[in-house]
Design a protein around this ligand. Structure first.
Ligand code: RNT
Ligand code: ZN
Length: 414
């Protein structure tokens, strides 16, 4: 009997069907963030990263062109089992035209759409409201200066058109995530004004109704950024209330809360009041550091929150981290595979029985069983999934990344 057959039997003994779990995992796309591949630089301009976010490290081999980024993604995707999505930022437009953000149109992403269609990959989108002179004041869409505000409103509006084209081309709705770095280094006197301006601006951005089968909107909150330590306009309360009252999705980023505050406990609350939720799964280490996602307790708690009560169907699971200190393709593979492993592990739980213990007030059994199930062989099931999807099993993928590093990445000079 091989490892999988053994695992299958063990799970069957607690009433879990591993085949069903595998099929369920195969239906759970992860939206992989393009920006891990080049340290959030993009190809549209040659500008320093701003907006209070930061990449650290100078590992060689970062993608310098859209073509290189696609080649790197091709490798990463060949090492991750299943069908996934790619989340693009506006600054990743692939064009020779000199074009500024508000003028970006679907044609500037033609190569990306062709590539995604060929790979049967879904696409998601993000307006880039940072790394631009119009964001130098620290404010974008909530700026008191109407010229600045209008610039960003225009960018956000055309972003929805790009996203709609993504949806049309790929046959799956493109989620556009709106994140604004707007905030203040020191304590503002007026905390309301920027928020009122942001809400009004967003109402303009979302005024045009779009077909939900093609495009979805999401608004991301944050607690602070580098250089915006005292105030963030799109705070949790702002973004959640806005999303819930405007019928759009709310984006929870793992790194956007206080250090001991976790997003896993927010999922069930948010989804009682919004149709959809979007996640930026990340790993904050002491701050919003965007470390590569590992299999830690919070990742498992996120997966449990999504799987146990079927909230995964209404959640767009995306990743958001950028580590420039290790091989960037490995970073994608590690984080995405970890997200999948956490989901699979949750799918391999006999949840119904645990819920019954809980409802019956048998907290002894609840704790005992949850703890024992932790050492059940979910790894053997993930290996089987990898095998069936024709991707390397366990650490086998690392050799492929190494080979590519030697043959391709090492020839790229910064
Ligand atoms: C920043 C937000 C945002 C960005 C990306 C690049 O703190 O998390 O989602 O990381 O848009
Ligand atoms: Zn994020």
């Amino acid at each position: 009997m091989n490892n999988y057959e053994l695992a299958k039997e063990m799970y069957a003994s607690i009433g879990v069907d591993t085949e069903e779990a595998i099929a369920r995992l195969a239906r759970a796309p992860i939206s992989i963030h393009c920006w891990q591949g080049d340290d959030v630089k993009g190809f549209l301009f040659n500008r320093a990263l701003s907006g209070g976010i930061q990449t650290t490290g100078n590992y060689p081999g970062r993608a310098r062109t859209a073509e290189e980024l696609r080649a790197d993604l091709d490798l990463a995707l060949s090492l991750i089992p299943g069908q996934h999505r790619l989340s693009l930022h506006a600054i990743y437009a692939d064009t020779d035209e000199e074009v500024d953000l508000p003028e970006l149109a679907p044609r500037h992403f033609a190569t990306w759409m062709d590539w995604a269609a060929e790979k049967k990959l879904g696409l998601d989108y993000n307006p880039t409201c940072f790394s631009h002179p119009m964001a130098d004041s620290g404010m974008t869409i909530s700026s008191a200066d109407p010229a600045v505000r209008d610039f960003w409103i225009a960018h956000c509006k055309t972003s929805r058109d790009v996203s709609e084209a993504f949806g049309r081309r790929t046959g799956t709705p493109s989620l556009t995530n709106f994140w604004f770095p707007d905030g203040s280094k020191d304590i503002p006197v007026d905390r309301e004004g920027p928020r009122a301006r942001m809400a009004a601006a967003l109402d303009q951005v979302f005024a045009e109704k779009k077909d939900r089968a093609l495009h979805l909107d999401a608004l991301e909150s944050k607690v602070f950024g580098i250089g915006a330590e005292s105030y963030t306009v799109a705070s949790n309360e702002f973004a959640l209330a806005y999303a819930a009252t405007r019928d759009i999705a709310y984006t929870l980023d793992s790194g956007h809360f206080h250090p001991t505050e976790v997003i896993s406990d927010k999922i069930s609350s948010v989804l009682l009041f919004t149709k959809e939720l979007s996640l930026h799964v990340s790993r904050p280490v002491r701050w919003d550091s965007d470390h590569v996602v590992i299999m830690d307790d919070e990742l498992q708690a996120i997966a449990h929150a999504l799987v146990r009560t079927n909230l995964l169907d209404r959640t767009h699971v995306g990743l958001d981290y950028f580590d420039a200190s290790i091989n960037r393709i490995a970073a994608w593979v590690i984080g995405t595979r970890n997200m999948q492993k956490a989901l699979l592990r949750a799918m391999l739980e006999p949840t119904k029985a645990l819920m019954e213990s809980e409802l019956a007030g048998d907290f002894t059994a609840r704790l005992a069983l949850v703890e024992e199930y932790k050492t059940y062989p979910f790894g053997a099931v993930y290996d089987e999934y990898c095998r069936r999807m024709n991707v390397p099993v366990r650490e086998g993928w690392l050799a492929e990344v190494r080979r590519y590093e030697r043959d391709v990445l090492s020839n790229r000079n910064a």
